[in-house]
Design a protein around this ligand. Structure first.
Ligand SMILES: NC(=O)c1ccc[n+]([C@@H]2O[C@H](COP(=O)([O-])OP(=O)(O)OC[C@H]3O[C@@H](n4cnc5c(N)ncnc54)[C@H](OP(=O)(O)O)[C@@H]3O)[C@@H](O)[C@H]2O)c1
Length: 204
């Protein structure tokens, strides 16, 4: 599969290292400086799957570059709409629904899936660094696109779980905010991921 990742920061670097073990990966960037990189629009055209790993406030710019190349494609939204509100880090997306639904509205022909936003970038190249497999939910309306996100999360060592329709993305953005708060302000630091604990019995 040809996976285009927009960005070259912490998330893009970690996921590209992991995905490159099984797939062709190119990074879409503003200024190309490495053979693994290309202009954003070019990567949009080349890819079978796109993943957004840019700041949320860059989304309008990024969408302008990729809008003509995403019809029918999975667009995995790993971004979190985090900013300052009343002097504290918080989710700053405004309006109804989630940031992922706003992305879907900007890219109506794409199949947006919220995924890879619920844990720190340091575990995205190798979720096996954690004591048990962390969970990674994927929320989206197109089953095929969501299955691609889920299989990429499984390959990256996560317990990948169907998180329902794209309207559930707001819950995943809140889950990410809880991770960010716990890592930055709470007692956990950036050394944890959320994991599921399953019943020992099939009946309870
Ligand atoms: N860091 C984490 O642990 C983590 C975890 C989960 C989700 N996220 C989310 O993932 C996203 C990326 O986070 P990150 O930590 O990887 O960020 P980062 O390290 O700051 O990297 C951001 C990347 O976005 C690019 N960029 C910025 N503005 C752009 C624009 N207008 N057009 C095109 N590219 C632009 C930057 O490009 P240049 O190199 O050209 O400056 C850079 O490569 C954010 O939305 C964040 O909330 C982060």
């Amino acid at each position: 599969m040809k996976i285009g990742i927009i960005g070259r920061g912490s998330v893009a670097s970690a996921l590209s290292a992991r995905f490159a073990q099984r797939h062709e990966v190119r990074l879409g960037v503003r200024k190309v400086s490495d053979p693994s990189e290309a202009p954003i629009g070019e990567v949009g055209l080349w890819s079978d799957v796109l993943l957004l790993a840019t700041p949320w406030d860059a989304e309008e710019d990024v969408c302008q570059s990729i809008a003509d190349h995403v019809a029918g494609k999975p667009v995995i939204d790993a971004t979190n709409p985090v900013g300052m509100r009343n002097g504290a880090l918080d989710l700053v997306h405004e309006g109804p629904g989630s940031a992922a639904e706003s992305l879907q509205a900007r890219l109506p022909a794409a199949h947006v899936v919220k995924c890879f936003n619920q844990i720190g970038a340091e575990f995205m190249d190798d979720a096996g660094k954690l004591a048990s497999a962390p969970v990674m939910f994927a929320a989206g309306d197109d089953a095929a696109a969501k299955n691609i996100a889920l299989s990429l999360a499984t390959e990256a060592g996560f317990e990948a779980v169907d998180g329902g329709p794209l309207s559930n993305a707001r819950h995943l953005e809140s889950l990410a905010m809880l991770w960010i708060w716990s890592a930055a302000k709470g007692p956990l630091g950036r050394t944890f991921g959320f994991a599921l604990s399953h019943s020992k019995s099939k009946d309870t």
